[in-house]
Design a protein around this ligand. Structure first.
Ligand code: CDP
Length: 213
């Protein structure tokens, strides 16, 4: 008898490229669980910020990752931009990534499968995923989306701060030595610059369905 295999969908891409929205919709459509892996790195970063510790301190970041609890993942401060910045520092620590890897892989392997969104899902966490999607968009469009999400009444000065923070964070995520943000060879790339959530979902759903058969 053939063992059933989990359906695993990897959604990667830079900040505010639409990963969360797409991942939630794919999970609902295919009846899968969803893991926002960025929230794990955000939770580690937030722990350090709350204790007035430097997010670039590898030993303290590793200890915070080992100590992660379920309720750390629901803190409203996780969505703040300062937390995102701290997350990108802890995410560059190999020992932090090693601690979080086992949890993510175990999550993906439970039947019927899962959608994971992040930076290294298709390249490192689930290199054998059924379908890999890489979302991208111009940094200006992504910064405008994030400024709106942060409900800061998108004034020009706030948008330009979000834009410069995002350029810095994208560079840190793409240039780090361990599990940098990059397109997996077998990923379907979708540019969401001029595409709404429905258009992105339709393309992604068609791709996943084709990979499944
Ligand atoms: O929501 P947004 O795309 O801005 O960020 P996020 O997905 O919540 O990720 C926050 C930070 O965590 C990223 O900038 C990365 O530094 C890190 N991260 C990572 O390194 N690997 C992942 N699989 C997910 C997030």
């Amino acid at each position: 008898m053939v063992e059933p295999r989990p359906l695993v969908i990897a959604v990667d891409g830079p900040a505010a490229s639409g990963k969360g929205t797409l991942a939630r919709r794919l999970a609902e459509y295919f009846g899968l669980r969803h893991l926002d892996t960025g929230s794990l790195y955000r939770a580690v970063g937030l722990k350090l910020l709350k204790n007035n510790n430097d997010p670039a301190n590898g030993s303290l970041a590793e200890a915070a990752a080992r100590d992660l609890q379920e309720n750390d993942l629901t803190d409203p401060s996780l969505r703040e931009d300062t937390t995102a910045k701290a997350a990108s520092f802890v995410a560059a620590q190999p020992r932090v990534r090693a601690v979080l890897l086992a949890y993510q892989r175990a999550f993906a392997q439970q039947l019927p499968g899962a959608v994971l969104d992040g930076r290294d899902i298709g390249t490192v966490v689930c290199p054998d995923a059924t379908a890999k999607i890489y979302l991208d968009a111009s940094v200006e469009v992504r910064a405008a989306r994030r400024a709106k999400e942060l409900q800061v009444g998108a004034t020009e000065s706030i948008e330009s701060r979000v834009l410069s923070d995002m350029i810095e964070r994208d560079a840190r995520d793409s240039q780090r030595d361990v599990a940098p943000l990059k397109i997996a060879d077998d990923a379907c790339v979708i540019d969401t610059t001029g595409l709404g959530p429905d258009g992105v979902f339709e393309r992604a759903q068609a791709f996943v369905s084709s990979r499944r058969n």
